[in-house]
Design a protein around this ligand. Structure first.
Ligand SMILES: NC(=O)c1ccc[n+]([C@@H]2O[C@H](COP(=O)([O-])OP(=O)(O)OC[C@H]3O[C@@H](n4cnc5c(N)ncnc54)[C@H](OP(=O)(O)O)[C@@H]3O)[C@@H](O)[C@H]2O)c1
Length: 296
């Protein structure tokens, strides 16, 4: 059993506000650590809203002691800037649950957390930040974590909340499956279009080629995924509402840096390291990287 009051949330954006709100609803409000001192956090969902009183702390010096559990929900492009929070909140007894896309959370975060345990997660729910910084939660929140002893701390913290937590003995396969879905969503950035673009036959053909490339790399990294995953992912986009967006498209449209490296660059990097040809990545990745630096 750990101290449920010793929980911090770093990065109170779309995903972070959701987790802070579901904890607050059960009387387990975490310490709110961010970049902007928002006076409060507001989560809206079908049928209601949860307001988490602030303010959001914006100076790591205010953190005090290391805590038992840190939920980290900054974009991966913001990790370096949030290092001050991690240094203040973590020691070797801390568990850091990364609520971030990709398959490289441990590699990216371990140098920053004073020997704490880093737990990756797969975040399954879309949440959208509105212009007033409130967050619109579009489905029931759900996370998958690796089935390791430290994950029990996350399960305990979120038990009885609106956020379901599943543990997987084969987290590698689940994380790569989600990464493939994120990678192909990167095509939306180049088309400047939402999920409706996958109704085109030529886009479907391109998506299939890219997903087969991703699948070869995923398997080389130990993911146990069968060929059917390619069609499943395409079917998912084709069944989705035509206006379903993706955070990398929202970031591009707002001229913010893109998480292109952990969503798309990773396929090219790991492919090259294993001698796997990555012809689709070789076109896609430089264009996403260039878009991330834009617009000038
Ligand atoms: N949104 C989704 O639907 C979704 C779904 C699955 C996975 N994910 C993944 O979840 C991760 C988080 O995404 P998101 O959509 O929640 O991002 P987001 O809405 O942009 O939130 C990021 C938060 O981090 C804060 N932040 C930035 N720099 C910081 C710093 N130096 N110290 C502390 N806080 C800092 C931001 O502060 P400000 O308030 O100042 O902006 C913002 O509150 C990403 O890896 C994303 O790919 C997102």
């Amino acid at each position: 059993m750990f101290d449920r009051s010793a929980v911090a949330l770093v990065g109170p954006g779309a995903i972070g506000t959701t987790i802070a709100a579901v904890l607050h609803e059960r009387g387990r409000t975490p310490m709110l650590c961010g970049r902007t001192a928002h006076p409060q956090l507001t989560l809206r969902y079908d049928g209601g809203e949860i307001v988490v009183p602030g303010p959001v702390l914006n100076k790591p010096a205010a953190a005090g002691q290391p805590v038992d559990l840190v939920f980290l929900a900054v974009k991966t492009t913001q990790v370096a800037d949030s290092a001050g929070w991690l240094a203040a909140l973590c020691d070797k007894n801390t568990v850091v649950c990364a609520l971030q896309n990709g398959v490289e959370q441990k590699i990216q975060l371990e140098p920053l957390v004073n020997g704490a345990t880093v737990l990756p997660s797969v975040v399954w729910f879309p949440a959208q930040r509105e212009p007033d910084a409130s967050v619109w939660l579009r489905t029931r929140p759900r996370l998958t974590l690796p089935d390791v002893p430290q994950a029990k701390r996350v399960v305990d913290a979120l038990s009885g909340t609106r956020c379901a937590v599943e543990l997987s003995a084969d987290f590698t396969s689940i994380a790569w499956r989600k990464l493939m879905q994120n990678a192909v969503a990167g095509l939306m950035v180049l088309a400047n279009r939402r999920a409706g673009m996958f109704s085109r036959a030529d886009v479907t053909t391109l998506a299939e080629s890219y997903l087969h490339e991703c699948l070869t790399v995923a398997r080389a990294q130990g993911a146990n995924l069968d060929d059917g995953v390619v069609q499943e992912i395409i079917d998912g986009f084709q069944r989705a509402p035509a206006d379903l967006s993706t955070s990398i498209l929202a970031d591009r449209q707002a001229n913010r840096p893109l998480e292109w490296d952990i969503r798309n660059g990773v396929i090219q990097r790991y492919g090259r390291a294993k001698g796997i040809p990555t012809p689709v990545s070789d076109v896609l990745v430089p264009l996403l990287a260039a878009g991330s630096e834009g617009p000038g």
